[in-house]
Design a protein around this ligand. Sequence first.
Ligand SMILES: *[C@@H]1O[C@H](CO)[C@@H](O)[C@H](O)[C@H]1NC(C)=O
Length: 303
Amino acid sequence: MAVVAPLLLLFAQLLTVAFAAPVSQTLEVRQTDVSALSADDVAVYKPYTWYASTAACNPTNTSAWNCGTKCSANPSFIPIASGGDGGNVQYWFVGYDPSLQTIIVSYQGTDPSKITPLITVLRFALTPLRPSLFPGISSSLQIHDGFGEAHAASADAVLAAVRTGLSKYGVNKVTLTGHSLGGAIAIIATAHLAVQIPGVTLRTITYANPRLGNQAFVDFVNARSEMTRVNNLHDIVPILPGRFVGYAHTEGEVHIVKSGAWVSCPGQDNTNAECLIGYVPTLFNGNAGNHLGPYDGITFGGC
Ligand SMILES: *[C@@H]1O[C@H](CO)[C@@H](O)[C@H](O)[C@H]1NC(C)=O
């Protein structure tokens, strides 16, 4: 529960801003076009949920694809490269899934027992993308500085591994995934691959990620990858940082509701009662205990 204290501190900061925000920014047109996924549609996410959970394993284990159930759940996976130290640099791995016919990129999430990665969550200043990684991109596209730093820490190594995989396995598709902070990094990495590998087909499936960029940034990503972000019940992390401090979510929310159904919430920040914002309209409705899952039986956490 080490995760709760820093998040509560953040809430206190954000509430101060929330009550000072102009009313016009908080009014929303209620969106009603939600629908429950079929059992078959939910099952499609399973391998990616496992891949997101596997990023909690260290590079020795993921590079050998030896990590118990988290690895054997995707038995045909072929590792290409793994890295990170689980502290300053989140673990990551890149490989090829011959049955899904895509390169997989996955990033470690926020481990509640480790404070270092969480510190980045406590900052919410928006900053332009790094010109060294995103040459020529408009400075109007802005992201959370700490998440940008977390992405940059492994960006070159991940890009090199993705290029290796695309050429070695003769595919043109990359699927990025991650839970929590790992999801935020996966979305920034989506923009990075879109800039660095023109013409690549991108798919991004994240879990419980916070907001990480401004409207111009998420517009850019939405236009370049098929986006899905899966949220569970009353998780508080996906409502942070607030829209009132300039943040927006990528499109394609899927919200796991009380009945256990997975509900598709089209658009960005869908405010329907069945979507996450409907469940967590304010920080007081949130439950940090829902952050790790379960997501169709898979709970995030250690390796
Ligand atoms: C990670 O790999 C080591 C050996 O390389 C093994 O002993 C250990 O059980 C693996 N971890 C998991 C969670 O399977």
